[in-house]
Design a protein around this ligand. Structure first.
Ligand SMILES: Cc1cc2nc3c(=O)[nH]c(=O)nc-3n(C[C@H](O)[C@H](O)[C@H](O)COP(=O)(O)OP(=O)(O)OC[C@H]3O[C@@H](n4cnc5c(N)ncnc54)[C@H](O)[C@@H]3O)c2cc1C
Length: 387
């Protein structure tokens, strides 16, 4: 397995880094605090082709893979702009439509993913189901050629910025009577779809919402893949891209925090001639965090390489491990950076404490650390399932 970036991937990394730094964390925080969105950054990244790196060239994308998209996620986060919408729209939704959509759906949506003009968010979580998606209560019923969707979703990110939300619902299998999942492309302005914003303790321009679907009427072509049999594979298709890109965002955030802290500790002097970074009580926790971030980064490279080679099952194991490791490493790095900065760590100016809520959430969403440990215990260690 070769983790060397190609010259094109190297160029992409440098270019995205430069773009992210031009905006920076203060832009991200200012948008969050004023209730705005990072539209300028998103649109510019779209125009430059960074949001569509994983969309096939025949639909106007870059023709790359998850390795390229992970680079975009990591570098924007490393510049202080961790954009969650990269995970839901280009990573999950574009992959699901590309791999399991009908040709008509690909033609309709992929060019918009390629230039960032289309944003599709993702709704699976429900108040009464949570981590247990087998309990999903959102139901899709046939009505002539149409579908009617009813149910509730929670914590859905970015609904106010998106044109569509990819909703996971259940349908009744005519043959077995069993409920099976299906994915629907629901316009965010559809009649019967309402939302309310959740107050979250996260400094982010991207918001979370409760969604209420009350007999939302959809045409037949809103069903991803055009067939109920496409539902389960389509749902699973989004998982690896989600885990790998959210991990990349975590690693980028960890790098950002460590860079902020080490710039400071290398120059801050309170005991005469030596910097505070000369004291191992300050430098070792930062070095430890840097090791954890780099280990998570290595696992992301492995997972993305396996995924891009079409080895989905192995990518599933590595992707889950990468997400776990990156979530822990990002939380550790930000907390350690705040400590190393002392009082400055809690100021808005130094731009580190602003990330505490986001990295804490990264250990819960999009899949919690416990559910990953369950996955590893069962699928890697062969342990019995307890739930
Ligand atoms: C910032 C943010 C953004 C989000 N964006 C989206 C989005 O865009 N779309 C979307 O669909 N969802 C989104 N979510 C929801 C997220 O995916 C869920 O919060 C997450 O999957 C956990 O579900 P839950 O909150 O219902 O926790 P619960 O399922 O209620 O779990 C609560 C706690 O119990 C633990 N637990 C549960 N079951 C087990 C078990 N069997 N073994 C061990 N521990 C267990 C969990 O790990 C967790 O710590 C977002 C959440 C956040 C915080």
């Amino acid at each position: 397995m070769n983790f060397d970036l190609t010259p094109e991937q190297d160029q992409l990394r440098d270019a995205v880094r430069a773009l992210g730094r031009r905006y920076g964390h203060s832009y991200f925080v200012e948008k969050a605090r004023s209730g705005g969105h990072t539209t300028e950054l998103w649109d510019e990244a779209g125009r430059l082709g960074y949001l569509g790196v994983n969309v096939p060239t025949e639909y106007g994308g870059g023709g790359g893979g998850l390795t390229e998209l992970a680079i975009v996620c990591e570098e924007l986060a490393a510049a202080g702009c961790p954009l969650l919408l990269l995970v839901v729209s280009p990573a999950i939704a574009a992959t699901v439509i590309n791999r399991h959509g009908t040709e008509e759906q690909r033609k309709r949506f992929l060019p918009g993913f390629a230039d960032g003009s289309v944003k599709v968010v993702f709704a699976i979580t429900e108040p009464d189901a949570g981590s247990n998606f087998h309990r999903l209560g959102t139901v899709a019923r046939r009505d002539g050629d149409d579908w009617l969707l009813s149910g509730r979703k929670c914590y859905i990110s970015g609904v106010d910025e998106a044109q569509y939300v990819l909703v996971v619902a259940r349908t009744e299998d005519a043959a077995t009577g069993k409920l099976k999942p299906a994915l629907f492309l629901v316009p965010t302005d559809a009649a019967g779809l309402t939302r309310s914003r959740l107050d979250m303790e996260i400094v982010s321009p991207e918001n979370q919402f409760l969604l209420y679907l009350d007999d939302v009427r959809l045409p037949a072509d809103a069903l991803v893949g055009g067939s109920l049999d496409a539902g389960l594979p389509a749902l699973f298709a989004g998982l690896n891209p989600e885990r790998i890109t959210v991990a990349a965002m975590g690693v980028g955030t960890g790098r950002y925090a460590i860079e902020r802290a080490t710039d400071y500790t290398a120059t801050r002097k309170v005991w005469g001639g030596r910097s505070i970074g000369a004291h191992q009580g300050v430098s070792h926790p930062l070095a430890h965090a840097a090791v954890q971030v780099e280990l998570a980064r290595l696992m992301i490279a492995k997972a993305a390489t396996l995924y891009d080679a079409g080895r989905d099952l192995e990518a599933g194991v590595s992707g889950n491990m990468a997400k776990y490791a990156a979530g822990e490493a990002a939380a550790l790095a930000v907390d350690t950076a705040v400590q190393a900065l002392g009082g400055a760590g809690m100021t808005t100016e130094y731009g580190v404490a602003t990330l505490l809520g986001a990295v804490r959430a990264g250990r819960i969403a999009p899949v919690s650390r416990e559910m990953i440990l369950n996955f590893v215990a069962q699928h890697v260690l062969g342990q019995e399932k307890s739930y």
